[in-house]
Every structure is written in structure tokens, then in C-alpha cells.
Design a protein around this ligand. Structure first.
Ligand SMILES: Nc1ncnc2c1ncn2[C@@H]1O[C@H](COP(=O)(O)OP(=O)(O)OP(=O)(O)O)[C@@H](O)[C@H]1O
Ligand SMILES: [Mg+2]
Length: 429
């Protein structure tokens, strides 16, 4: 029989569209975020009275519903005010400079009916004046959602936010306000006082979901997507428990559920049980890490590989200095000019943001404070994915000392090696 016919049968489990479990779908309701939503509504309600609201900053770990809540609340606001309120969503990973954010705002306000301004070529002050012109003409309200706001500041410094906050003060006729979203709880403290005071924000904290809340969220999101009786309650509980362990991440819990359903459908199983959730978790962890590692820029891969090598030789947590030394040797062997110590330090922080590394800062008494790193996942997987890179695949570790060539070594020897590295300080910085 033609093997394709095996796949034509409709699954007995699915009744709706599995894609609605994905991150880009904004559900009608957000269970367990009623308080946060109400807080946001209370602040933005000033717009109904034609007054400028405080800016909002939404904080919380990944998958806690910040982006969804911002979309949800601004949708309600638009429904309440009609077209006089414009909402502009900017993800600062994509629109990563004040320039590109302003162009995005101008072009969104202009819409299809007016000629768009080019994404490059105009000086910033011309774009700014164009925007001011539009805002003095439009009236109504403008809410700018700046998602992943910390990335904008990290890349361009606090002044980039200053430029955007200036729009709020300078716009005549249109009430303008900002909803900033960030994972970084210390974000505000990093801003200069003049920017901090101008931000004049109300903070809304999105606490991690617990397992019970995640169970409600998953059950709600599964409605209309799968047959209720085909999902065992214990599978939902297990999925919620895993999500809760991962800092209360609804995205992870929903992704796991989606993958588990896909597995059940593919394997033609008529019930979703714990088994499918476990299988999904194994698949998920591998996929996410692989995707994260293989898409890193080359120098980030080199820093990560250096971390692994250092970790293998020191059998535990390692210092930035050790990683830098191995990175430098690797760069020489590969004939690549190495980045500055400062940049390596930034890359280590980025790798931490991606969840690939963890660090702790320890005080070493009179030697000051030092960051210690370790990898979060299985080292052998990390290495395998890194060596898929064409450049790194030729890396032999010839300039690394013996134990760094992925051989297992004895602890005394490792100590001696690390001692040598610590003594031989790099030439620059
Ligand atoms: N209370 C909730 N009810 C239903 N679905 C939710 C809820 N909270 C989050 N989700 C879903 O979980 C996923 C992640 O949510 P969202 O993207 O809003 O998180 P986030 O806090 O913005 O995360 P990140 O910091 O990673 O951007 C989305 O698919 C969203 O629909
Ligand atoms: Mg988000």
C-alpha cells in the first residue's frame, strides 16, 4: 500500500487547530492574570478621560504572559476608544535602535493610505519632526509597546530610551504613552537618573505561574483543540509541573503539550498520557538547545566551546579568566582575530540570557568579586552541536594543553594547568 495513505486519516484526538497553542496566538482570556490586567487597565484608563497615563513597565520571567497581556489590554482599549487610539508594537530585538523604532511608528501611523518613509537614509531629526507633525494632526492616543526593552538599552544605551520618551513630552494633541516589557528586574536601576525620572512609570510584576495555575491555563487553551476525554488529567498535571519547575513558564508548558499531541497523533495513539509528555520533554529539550547553539554567531560558539573545555578540565565552575584564555588559544589555532575581553564578558552574559550557561558571583575577599560559570545542559550535546559548525569542526585543540583536547584527565594535572593559565596574564586589557 502507498505509505502516504497512512497519513490521510484524521486523528481521533484533535478537534481544532493545534497552531493556536503557539506563542503568536493571543487567546481571548488570560486566566490568572486578572489582577495584572486590571492594574494595567486602571492606569491606561486615563486615556478615556483624555489625560496622559503613566508609562507602564511589565516585568517578569519568560513565558509569564507579559506580551500577551500587553496585546490583550491594548485590544480592549482600542475597542473602548475606537480608531482614535493607535497601538504600535515594537519588539526591540528586531527594532533595535531609536531610529528604526521611530521609522516603524511613523510608518504605522501613516498606514496604507500615505506614502511610507524609507527605512534608511533620513536623518533622525527629520523622522522626529515628521512624527511630531503626524501627532499634532492625529489627536487621540498613541500607545507604544516596547517589548524586550532591555535589549534596546543594552545595545544603544539609555539615551535611546530618552529619544523615545521625548516623543511623549513633545507630542501635542495626541496623548502618548509607553508600555515597556522586560525580563530584567534590575533594568530600571541601570538607567541614569534623568532618564529614570522621565520614564515616570508604574511597574506591573508578572510572577511565575505555579503548577495549579499552569494546569488551568493548559486546560483552557486545550478547549476546542483536542477531545477532552482523550487527554488524561495526569498528563496535564505532569505538563504543568514541568512548566512550573522551569520558572513558571506557560510557553514551555504549552509547547510541551503541543509536541506531546503531535507525538500521539503521529504514533496513532488514541489517548494522551504521561508517556507522551515525557517523550515530548526529551524531544523539546534537545531541539531547543540545538537550535539555540547552532544559530549562535561564531565568536559566541567559540566562547561556549571554551567554557566547555574549561569546565571539562576544571571539573566544576570556572572563571571568566579561564574561559578567556581558552578562547584566545582557540582563536589563534583557527586563525581568527580574537574579540576584546570586554566583548567576551558580554557574550558570556548573552549565553546566560539564552539559558545555556549559569553564573554565580562569589566574593573572594581581597581579590574582589568573580563570576563563576557552568553549562546548564549535557556537555556532550553542547559539544556535538558546536562542532556542527564548519569552522569549529576543524578545531583540534592543538594549542590547548593536553587535557583540553577533550581527553579526560586527572584532577591534579588539571589544577596545575589552570594554575599556569592564571599566572600567565593576557597581554592586553
Ligand atoms: N494566563 C495565560 N492564559 C493563557 N495563555 C497564557 C497565559 N499566560 C501566558 N500564556 C501563553 O503562554 C505563552 C507565553 O506568553 P507570553 O509570550 O505572553 O510570555 P512573555 O511573558 O511575554 O514571555 P517572554 O518574556 O519570553 O517574551 C503564549 O503562548 C501565551 O499565549
Ligand atoms: Mg514576550
Amino acid at each position: 500500500m502507498n505509505p502516504f495513505f497512512n497519513f490521510t486519516e484524521n486523528s481521533g484526538i484533535i478537534t481544532g487547530n493545534l497552531d493556536t497553542l503557539g506563542s503568536s496566538f493571543v487567546p481571548e482570556k488570560l486566566p490568572h492574570r486578572e489582577k495584572e490586567i486590571e492594574h494595567m487597565v486602571r492606569i491606561l484608563a486615563s486615556i478615556m478621560r483624555k489625560q496622559r497615563p503613566s508609562n507602564l513597565i511589565l516585568y517578569g520571567k519568560t513565558g509569564t504572559g507579559k506580551t500577551s497581556a500587553a496585546h490583550h489590554v491594548t485590544k480592549l482599549l482600542s475597542e473602548a476608544t475606537g480608531p482614535s487610539t493607535k497601538v504600535i508594537y515594537c519588539n526591540c530585538q528586531i527594532y533595535d535602535s531609536p531610529y528604526s523604532i521611530l521609522v516603524n511608528i511613523v510608518n504605522t501611523i501613516k498606514g496604507d493610505t500615505e506614502e511610507q518613509i524609507p527605512s534608511l537614509g533620513w536623518p533622525l531629526d527629520r523622522i522626529y519632526l515628521e512624527l511630531m507633525g503626524l501627532l499634532s494632526r492625529e489627536g487621540g492616543a498613541l500607545v507604544i509597546i516596547l517589548d524586550e526593552l532591555d535589549k534596546l538599552i543594552l545595545k544603544n544605551g539609555g539615551d535611546s530610551l530618552y529619544v523615545i520618551l521625548k516623543i511623549i513630552d513633545d507630542s501635542v494633541r495626541t496623548i502618548t504613552s509607553i508600555i515597556g516589557i522586560t525580563n530584567d528586574a534590575h533594568f530600571i536601576e541601570t538607567l541614569e537618573p534623568r532618564i529614570k525620572s522621565r520614564l515616570n512609570q508604574e511597574s506591573v510584576v508578572f510572577a511565575p505561574y505555579n503548577a495549579d495555575q499552569l494546569r488551568d491555563i493548559i486546560s483552557y487553551r486545550l478547549k476546542g483543540v483536542v477531545k477532552e476525554e482523550s487527554v488524561e488529567p495526569s498528563a496535564i498535571s505532569l505538563c504543568s509541573a514541568i512548566g512550573a519547575q522551569e520558572h513558571g513558564d506557560a510557553r514551555k508548558a504549552l509547547d510541551l503539550m503541543r509536541i506531546a499531541i503531535e507525538i500521539a497523533v503521529r504514533e496513532k495513539r488514541d489517548k494522551l498520557t504521561d508517556r507522551e509528555i515525557y517523550e515530548a520533554r526529551d524531544k523539546f529539550d534537545m531541539n531547543v538547545v540545538r537550535e539555540a547553539i547552532t544559530t549562535l554567531p561564531l565568536h559566541s560558539k567559540m566562547v561556549l566551546l571554551s567554557t566547555i573545555i574549561s569546565q571539562e578540565t576544571s571539573n566544576g565552575q570556572i572563571t571568566t579568566g579561564e574561559i578567556q584564555e581558552n578562547y584566545r588559544n582557540m582563536a589563534v589555532e583557527l586563525g581568527i582575530s580574537p574579540l576584546s575581553i570586554r566583548r567576551i564578558s558580554d557574550i558570556l552574559s548573552e549565553l546566560q540570557d539564552y539559558g545555556l550557561l549559569t553564573s554565580i558571583t562569589k566574593s573572594l575577599g581581597r581579590y574582589g568579586r568573580t563570576r563563576f560559570f557552568r553549562t546548564n545542559g549535557e556537555i556532550s550535546h553542547y559539544r556535538k552541536y558546536l562542532l556542527e559548525d564548519e569552522v569549529l569542526s576543524s578545531f583540534k585543540g592543538s594549542r590547548m594543553v593536553r587535557q583540553a583536547r577533550f581527553d579526560s584527565i586527572d584532577q591534579d594535572e588539571a589544577e596545575k594547568f589552570l594554575g599556569n593559565i592564571r599566572d600567565s596574564k593576557p597581554a592586553d586589557d
